[in-house]
Design a protein around this ligand. Structure first.
Ligand code: ZN
Length: 339
């Protein structure tokens, strides 16, 4: 065979060498640097995404702190009669005089299924008891799963005010909330204030979209709601009372809180502080709706939860219940109306 290379001009040979050089050295360098750039940009995007979520949490924390502050101010202004009485439940040493104890007696003749039904729907069973409603906002997340494990360990039912998060893992969490006897509440479809509070129509769409989504996933139609930032939030451009009317027209009741774990703020308080916030708050009321959060960042809340439950369980005539139709709502909006 004839050697073609011998016939090539030096100029052509140089060009072929350059092309070979590019293929074996230049191309890999370009490929590797492009790959490195991609990896860098993906990492940067993840950091920005985390920062964005953190900024959203901070906005939520700020708004929820404001709601809390408004609520406390209203109480200081003498409006406490518009919410629940703050006197502790009287407990006598003599069991025969103790109404709550006699209720306990009557429980014992019921079969476990009847007791379970009564626990979930008939709060009259606990007349005379101090009632504590543990509520968790902003889930589902990995923390929700850990919280569900803790609640299961202590045989305690709570209320989860959730937003819409798709994906199999999240759907499992929504179902687990329902299957394990907790109350599935709504906390807006996206928790984006600019979306859910944009107008009356937007609020209705947002709420009913979440309700339909939860119904599809769990088979349960949620009828309890917590406003993002509370009903006394200052971010909504529309009067929240109009949103409250929309909820009521749809057969949904809304619940704020009178005890806060203080876990919405940055930096997140330690577990001891969260524990103290909750137990001190509970001791002020016959009925406490406790605000806690189950975002993945709320590690201290998770750490404090077993101690909080153990403390409540150690109190006489005190019961932890999930919010149901028969739970008396605590609504900041009503308090503010009476300012
Ligand atoms: Zn929230």
């Amino acid at each position: 065979m004839e050697d073609n290379s011998a016939q090539m001009s030096p100029k052509r040979k140089r060009r072929i060498r350059r092309i070979r050089k590019f293929i074996f050295i230049g191309f890999p360098i370009i490929f590797i640097s492009e790959l490195a750039l991609c990896i860098f940009l993906i990492a940067r995007l993840n950091v920005l995404h985390r920062n964005l979520n953190r900024a959203k949490d901070e906005i939520n924390a700020y708004l929820e702190m404001q709601s809390e502050w408004d609520f406390k101010e209203s109480i200081r202004a003498g409006a406490e009669e518009n919410i629940l009485p703050a006197s502790p439940v009287p407990v006598t040493d003599n069991p025969s005089e103790n109404k709550a104890d006699s209720k306990k007696e009557s429980q014992q003749v019921l079969n476990p299924e009847e007791v379970k039904n009564l626990t979930l729907s008939n709060e009259e069973l606990y007349d005379g008891y101090r009632k504590v409603y543990l509520t968790f906002d902003d889930g589902p997340s990995a923390n929700t799963t850990a919280i569900l494990d803790i609640l299961k360990r202590y045989d305690v039912k709570a209320t989860f005010f959730v937003i819409r998060r798709e994906g199999r893992n999240n759907e499992k969490i929504y179902r687990r909330i329902v299957d394990e006897g907790h109350t599935l509440g709504m906390h807006s479809n996206t928790h984006e204030y600019s979306v859910c509070y944009a107008s009356e129509e937007a609020f209705k769409n947002d709420t009913l979209t979440l309700r339909d989504f939860l119904y599809l996933v769990t088979g349960v139609e949620s009828n309890v709601y917590r406003f993002p930032g509370g009903s006394s939030n200052r971010v909504s451009p529309v009067d929240v009372k109009l949103f409250a009317n929309i909820l009521h027209e749809s057969g949904i009741e809304y619940y704020d809180w009178n005890v806060s774990a203080g876990d919405a703020v940055y930096p997140l308080p330690d577990a001891d502080t969260i524990y103290r916030n909750v137990v001190n708050g509970i001791m002020n009321y016959d009925e406490s709706i406790v605000l806690l959060h189950d975002l993945p960042s709320k590690k201290s809340t998770l750490e404090a939860l077993p101690r909080i439950i153990e403390f409540i369980k150690s109190l006489d005539n005190t019961v932890i219940l999930p919010i149901t139709d028969s739970t008396v709502p605590i609504q900041h909006l009503i308090v503010n109306d009476n300012k």
